[in-house]
Design a protein. Sequence first.
Length: 395
Amino acid sequence: MYKLLFLLFENQHINISTLKERSYNLRWAEVEKGIIPLTAADLDFPCATPIIEAIKSYSNKGYFNYGPTEGMPILKESISSYFKRKRNVTIDPKNILPVDSAAFGIYLTCQSFLQPGDEAIIFDPVDFLFRYSIEKVGATAVSFSIPNISEIDFSMLETLITKKTKMICLCNPLNPTGKVFTKNELTQLAKIANKFDLIILSDEIWSDIIFEPYVFTSIASINEEINNRTIIVTGFSKSYGLAGLRIGAVLTKNNQLYTQLLLNADHQSTIHGINVISQVAASTALNECNDWLNQFLTHLQKMRDLCVEKINNINGFSCQAPQGCYVVFIDIKKTGLSSKEMHAYLLQEAKVSVVPGLQQWFGKGAEGFIRISFATSEAILTTALDNIHHSMSKL
Ligand SMILES: Cc1ncc(COP(=O)(O)O)c(C=O)c1O
């Protein structure tokens, strides 16, 4: 069984022609033939077999009626039990709202708790979704710099707090640097949130993808006071390859905050809501795919080590080993090229597409970096990195 699962992450299981048809968001379907897209953090591997079987078995009955507006009980219970078992966070299923992606979970949280003119703190660099959602609801994103994965002193964050500050957006693990926040760091952050009466939006979509010896801690598990002011956003795109099913969840112990989220989600009016197939897939992922996930992690740990070794041997490139997430954030400052120029150069010369560290993707602190995803096979990754190595030696 172990061996069979392990083989799932070999090159032969990557179906490039299907990816060319279905994998968008700067990936296979959007790049020219011959280009390897190490861009959006999405898997090149198919999802776990139990998910495929569960979708088939649900569909076979041919009924696709309206589902419950607050989400299917099986999914709400599965998420609650997962958080209790794996995250030491107790949240009643009734306070868990499945939504149509982690991205929407972030937006919904901002829409529910920020007014025009309010301020919310985000990290820099961090995924663009935080700034985008804050600004979309008319609030202002205030950046706190976390340039690398070393221990953070959060006391400086207090200097950014004003009367307008309502929320701190925590991305743990942190995309794009792969930092996993320690219990000590989260305790400091929790103290600040309690002191200034702030809401914590804790995006934990990457929390399954943690490399040894690091350990994930949810800020909601620190103490009851912080649990009561935290909204956790989670998703199924990163751990289980279900990005196209658009499924995630928001959860909070606090009844008042939950009611506000529910109201803003507009599920009860049926204007919004998640399709039932995605909920079946997500509950199967949590209940039946733990072995698959563990084997995926074993593969990723190997790919991470391969990336770090190869990247640090490339002319002008350097990187720290990510503690979590399947992305590497590469410092390219020594090459003298901007991240935009490097993106163009690698596309042309190495036939590899990367994400440039542009302000629009990750904030100001990302300039001088590029990001690559390593959720692919050893063969594809080796070809891409060797091509980059060769191109950089000509520069
Ligand atoms: C930190 C973070 N949050 C949210 C998302 C979006 O996830 P979803 O596909 O569920 O919208 C991503 C995707 O890259 C991410 O990196």
